[in-house]
Design a protein. Structure first.
Length: 178
């Protein structure tokens, strides 16, 4: 069967994509790569992958969620993992609704992604805590959502957030994502 170990990686960062491709090929996957929604559509005309790794934010303000939707419509049984450096509850919920089986924050390695392919069923035994989300976490998520909306234009993001550009720059410096 063609899709048994066929993996489609949708990532616009060429260096990160190359790393993922090589790593999965060492694990005996056949790997296809696309950097845009159009490339995904072209590949799906000829291939039927069983697995996909989708970056949430693609060049040109294209959302990886559109790719997730297209992949799920093409093959509802495909195991789709969404990777993002801009994790938020909202995008995680939407990704799952559109057909992703898992949602991982970057940095994630090949082991994390492969484990996510194998962990598709929910777990009712996950501990539910009384700890609410902190104000700092909510602020951080909101800042990154606005940054993504403005294509990472700090001046425009600061205007939309109602803060001075230098204040936003300082907040971003304090909590750099590694």
């Amino acid at each position: 069967m063609e899709n048994e170990r066929l993996l489609l990686i949708i990532e616009d960062d060429a260096a990160f994509a190359r790393t993922l491709v090589r790593s999965f090929e060492r694990r005996e996957y056949r790997v296809l790569h696309a950097a845009s929604l159009d490339e995904v559509a072209t590949l799906l005309e000829q291939h039927s992958p069983g697995y996909a790794v989708v970056d949430l934010k693609l060049n040109g303000n294209t959302s990886g969620l559109a790719c997730v939707q297209m992949l799920h419509q093409h093959n509802p049984d495909m195991l789709i993992v969404v990777l993002t450096g801009f994790a938020s509850i909202n995008t995680a919920v939407e990704a799952i609704k559109l057909g992703a089986c898992q949602y991982l924050a970057k940095p994630s390695n090949t082991d994390d992604i492969e484990a996510a392919f194998g962990h598709v069923a929910g777990n009712a035994d996950v501990e539910v805590t009384n700890r609410s989300t902190s104000i700092k976490t909510l602020e951080w998520e909101r800042i990154h959502a606005v940054l993504a909306e403005t294509d990472f234009n700090i001046s425009e993001a600061a205007r939309r957030l109602g803060m001075h550009r230098r204040t936003l720059a300082r907040k971003l410096e304090k909590q750099r994502i590694k």
